[in-house]
Design a binder for this molecule. Structure first.
Ligand SMILES: [Zn+2]
Length: 269
């Protein structure tokens, strides 16, 4: 038993689905808004990937977190309300998927507030979790999140268990991520956007996920998955995620938690 998780829990898995849709492509290069072929690939996420993922989660009785850029949320309102109806969490993921590394604070504040107001209108509450697009925060991001009453951030790579950012009098939980558990690097292939990762065999990616799980289980850490419905909503790749779920469930004391449940547990433990 690792001792850091609830009860006898040995390790925690959190499934985070980044529904970037077309926003990450238009955000990267506005001229891509005129490329219907590329946009159709991105739209596969909300259109086919998300419903299939929701069924998978239901089958295994797992609650997850969906990080949704404001633009994608406001153009897929029914999808957002369905995600909430099923008991999943919706987190903030920018408006047009803006990486923030070099964005001035005024503009970052505007993006953050725009996303908050869209998600609040659709879900009935302010988002409590934030994932920086491309995991690319600015020097102002954490302070802005604290100011806007977020409970957690999930964009940093410097740990494999949650930790606390102390920001003035406020505490913000960090739920760390890692590129090795992000499907984009394995599968993204979009020549129009200059993204040509080698398209890997889903079985070999499953082996990598399973090896990461073995490590997390041995050391009692946190496994934060970053999954893109436009990429892993495809049948063969979703099967590799399902195999991971099945593999994890053959081990005792493994818990699947939403980001907000981890953050609230971490604040109160
Ligand atoms: Zn994203």
């Amino acid at each position: 038993m690792s001792g850091i998780w609830p009860g006898t829990t040995q390790c925690v898995i959190t499934l985070g689905f980044d529904i970037d849709g077309v926003s990450s492509w238009i955000g990267r290069d506005p001229s891509l808004a005129e490329r219907p072929g590329l946009l159709s690939m991105a739209e596969y996420g909300p259109k086919r990937g998300v419903p299939r993922i929701l069924k998978l989660l239901d089958k295994y009785d797992i609650k997850a977190t969906f990080y949704i850029p404001g633009y994608v949320a406001e153009t897929h309102e029914d999808m957002v309300t369905e995600i909430i109806r099923l008991g999943h969490e919706v987190g903030h993921h920018g408006y047009m998927h803006e990486p923030l590394g070099t964005v001035p604070i005024d503009q970052e504040t505007e993006i953050l507030e725009k996303g908050i107001s869209i998600l609040k209108r659709l879900t009935g509450q302010n988002p409590k979790g934030y994932r920086a697009p491309q995991f690319d925060s600015s020097n102002n991001t954490l302070a802005l999140l604290a100011q806007h009453d977020f409970v957690y951030d999930t964009s940093m790579h410097d740990n494999d268990v949650p930790y606390i950012h102390q920001i003035g009098a406020k505490k913000l939980v960090e739920i760390p991520v890692k590129w090795i558990l992000d499907d984009f690097g394995y599968f993204a292939y979009v020549p129009q956007a200059g993204v040509t990762s080698a398209m890997q065999d889903p079985q070999s990616v499953f082996e990598t996920y399973a090896a990461e799980f073995d490590g997390a289980y041995k050391y009692g850490t946190l496994m934060t998955m970053t999954i893109h419905p436009q990429i892993s909503g495809r049948p063969s790749r979703l099967l590799s995620l399902e195999r991971l779920i099945q593999y994890a469930k053959t081990h005792p004391n493994v818990k699947f938690m939403r980001g907000i449940d981890i953050a609230e547990y971490w604040l109160n433990r």
